[in-house]
Design a protein around this ligand. Sequence first.
Ligand SMILES: Cc1cc2nc3c(=O)[nH]c(=O)nc-3n(C[C@H](O)[C@H](O)[C@H](O)COP(=O)(O)OP(=O)(O)OC[C@H]3O[C@@H](n4cnc5c(N)ncnc54)[C@H](O)[C@@H]3O)c2cc1C
Length: 338
Amino acid sequence: MPATISPETHPTILAFVDLPEGGLDDAGKGILSEASRLAGALQRGWGAICFGDAADLIFSEFAPYGASAVTVIESDVADFLEVQGKLLAAAVRDLGAKVLLLPHNDLGAALAPLVAAEIQGGIVTEAIAFERWEEGLKIRRPALGRQVAEARVWDGSVPLVLTMDTRVISAVVLPSMHRREPVVSVWSPEVLPGAAPTRIVERIPPDPQTVDVSEAEVIFAAGLGCNRQSFEQLQELARLLNVSLGVTRPVYDLGWTGFERMVGQTGRSVAPRFYLALGISGSMHHLGGIKDSKKIVAVNIDPKVPIFPNADEGFVADVSEVLPLLLKRVKSVMGGAA
Ligand SMILES: Cc1cc2nc3c(=O)[nH]c(=O)nc-3n(C[C@H](O)[C@H](O)[C@H](O)COP(=O)(O)OP(=O)(O)OC[C@H]3O[C@@H](n4cnc5c(N)ncnc54)[C@H](O)[C@@H]3O)c2cc1C
């Protein structure tokens, strides 16, 4: 049975989670884990806040990421952005929260300025790192089209709305002995007066073939160990599996792709969930651009190349043998779809 919320007992850091399909997605799990870290840095309690119908939500999903309290905002008009902003702002005010943390995805990025304006608080967006600074925080974020990073300071005097770059957040699952079932509170506000002109009606995922490689979720990358035939097989594989293509500088120099596909120090920095490096030696200029990848798998004919100690999994193999086998396998699994 949900408890009634009370400002005295409620945490002062709130992590906003969107619940597509009623459950936590990667951004939700990641932001809960970041909230747990933030709470440690600020020595404050924290909890999650979300929209929905408490009866439909599975709260045990929150426990592995350390959420000990979940506030559910139940409202009939909560699918309108402006209303969501007002409701979240009202919750932040009522609960006396010091920080509202959101993932910098489409919803989080739209809600953050609405909430900050409503509560007259501070706002920092797309943070990539934070640390304690006196009574507040020192926050790093990219600036000037991601060419440089800047550090901003929040002194703790007014509430802060903070969005985190979804490419740097990752879920950290707590050992089972540290988990607790979260205390669930329901907040059902009166319908707020005022206009509700916009809402999200559809989410259209990016096309991996054309999306900026720095935003790509999965990247298959070719190095000089791929000859022209292997490169074309890799292109076909990437098309079939709907993943993005990346290349090293020497492959770009061959003119096989545009500059926007080049990964590394002079090319793009990437942070995909999965990076497959085929025939790539792993020079420091390339490794610098892929270090934030969640999982790196490398295939190289030479067991001594530096990509291997920097990869999560490595295979000593010839790409000209591996790629035809992979293609064959994918085509047979996809059957008619291929
Ligand atoms: C200032 C500066 C900036 C740079 N910026 C970038 C950058 O942004 N991005 C970038 O990528 N590079 C950059 N470079 C270049 C970088 O130093 C390396 O030269 C480059 O990354 C190497 O690319 P590679 O791994 O494709 O080629 P190589 O180093 O030549 O490696 C090819 C690999 O393929 C393997 N191989 C060969 N045949 C096969 C086979 N049949 N099957 C499997 N494996 C095989 C080999 O064992 C080898 O390890 C920069 C250099 C400088 C000086």
